[in-house]
Design a protein around this ligand. Structure first.
Ligand code: IMP
Length: 432
């Protein structure tokens, strides 16, 4: 089997965890290839007795919950080791076997100085802030690009680790003390913090690129699961209001060591409306009762930071853009049930920018900031759709909504989420 990527088609929180979990039983490896504990997947798994278990994962790939699946943290990820072991311990307490986890020797680690820098920089930026999650993600990727990052493999050689920490703290210590008036952790404290995990980490660490390519050679299925989403991608997103990693299908290759020629399917996850956390442009954002309604019914509060998410209508322009940038072969449309009970459901089909119609994402940042949505108003439905399991089970207007959105978005919609649990899904085309 080829490799398959799952990516977010909007600004994150589209329900990638659920989609990954939907495939989890049929894939052998699930790989997290970008980001760190800025992400948050909520996975709800129905139990044999009819109850359901909810898991909030930040750093671990959601494949960790599927017994036959090997979860992998790829080289493109930045790892906060304390968070990694907290998450693992919490799962073990709930009876989940985590012994299959593999961690790339080339992934970078988030050290204390970068968590501090993330927070103080945001404070310093004031009204120009990005609205980061404050987890040290940006500064850690900056170190990686600046070639002063600390990698997982460095932790096992105390001498090398100390040299690298000394090198990076030489500069960061000055910045933290002299600009931000913060006492940075010392070299000894930092080395100690990172070394504390060495023993537990060692059995998990390997050349994950090699492991994954060998698995593909054997005909196994590898699912590459993006953190964040297309519009938060450092190259293709709404820069500078983005995260610092490659969240698109290209990043799936660089962040895992799997070549593009082995990637045959790209599943884009798109919510039936749009949300965003943090700062930055968002053309279809709602500031009225409709926005509050979506937030309330959709429970749109951040998994990682608890922040209320900004909510707005479906934006077909960004869905088309995501289809193009990622080469989306199938969309999964999530949370359709949240739209139940609306007289009319607006969908943004294009933007008006200072009197000029844009059918594609404007390349210029200022144009995107000024984009006014041009809406098509589709008929709503009132029936409860949470029990729908086939397309024909959906009310006609809900079917029309899915078909209209599909027509506008540049790839077929293969599955539709109608409720939080794994089972609450209408499958139109088998995903793998
Ligand atoms: P950072 O990733 O913490 O540097 O934050 C950069 C931007 O990405 C901020 O607007 C965050 O709110 C946003 N962001 C980061 N991770 C997620 C996510 O998992 N879902 C949605 N937004 C995210």
């Amino acid at each position: 089997m080829p490799a398959i990527a799952i990516i977010g088609a909007q600004w994150g929180d589209e329900g990638k965890g659920k989609a990954t979990d939907l495939l989890g039983d049929r894939v052998d490896y699930v790989v997290k290839f970008n980001g760190g504990n800025n992400a948050g997947h909520t996975v709800v798994i129905g139990q044999p007795d009819g109850s359901s278990e909810k898991y909030a994962l930040h750093l671990l790939p959601s494949g960790i919950l599927s017994p036959g699946c090997t979860p992998v943290i790829g080289n493109g990820v930045v790892i906060d080791l304390a968070v990694l072991f907290q998450e693992l311990d919490a799962l073990v307490e709930r009876g989940i076997d985590v012994s299959r986890l593999k961690v790339s020797a080339n992934a970078h680690v988030i050290a204390d100085y970068n968590r501090t820098l993330d927070k103080v920089t945001e404070r310093f930026l004031g009204s120009r802030r990005i609205g980061t999650t404050g987890r040290g993600i940006g500064p850690t990727y900056a170190d990686k690009m600046n070639r002063v990052g600390i990698r997982i493999q460095d932790i096992f050689d105390e001498k090398i680790l100390r040299q690298k920490v000394e090198g990076v703290l030489d500069l960061k210590g000055q910045v933290l003390t002299k600009i931000y008036n913060r006492r940075p952790a010392t070299v000894d404290e930092t080395v100690e913090e990172l070394r504390a995990y060495a023993e537990r980490l060692a059995p998990m660490v390997c050349d994950t690129g090699l492991v994954l390519n060998q698995a593909l050679d054997r005909g196994e299925t590898v699912l590459l699961e993006a953190g964040q989403a297309t519009l938060l991608d450092v190259d293709h997103g709404t820069y500078p209001f983005v995260t610092s990693s490659s969240a698109t299908s290209g990043g799936a290759c660089t962040g895992s060591g799997i070549p593009p020629t082995r990637l045959e399917q790209v599943i884009g996850i798109v919510k039936a409306y749009t949300t965003r956390v943090g700062e930055g442009p968002f053309p279809t954002e709602l500031f009225d009762d409709h926005g509050e309604h979506l937030r309330k019914v959709g429970a749109e509060y951040g998994t990682t930071t608890g922040r209320p998410r900004r909510c707005g209508w479906y934006d077909a322009v960004i869905a088309r853009y995501a289809a193009r940038v990622n080469g989306v072969t199938d969309f999964v449309l999530t949370k359709l049930d949240v739209l139940t009970g609306l007289e009319k459901v607006p969908v943004c089909v294009a933007y008006d920018v200072d009197g000029v119609r844009h059918d594609e994402m404007p390349v210029n940042q200022s144009d995107f900031h000024h984009a006014v949505p041009i809406y098509e108003h589709l008929d709503g439905w009132w029936e409860d759709i949470s029990e729908a399991r086939t397309f024909a089970d959906l009310p006609v207007n809900a079917q029309r909504y899915v078909e209209a959105v599909e027509e506008m978005s540049g790839a077929r919609i293969s599955a539709v989420g109608v409720g939080p649990s794994r089972a609450a899904t209408v499958v139109r085309h088998e995903l793998i």
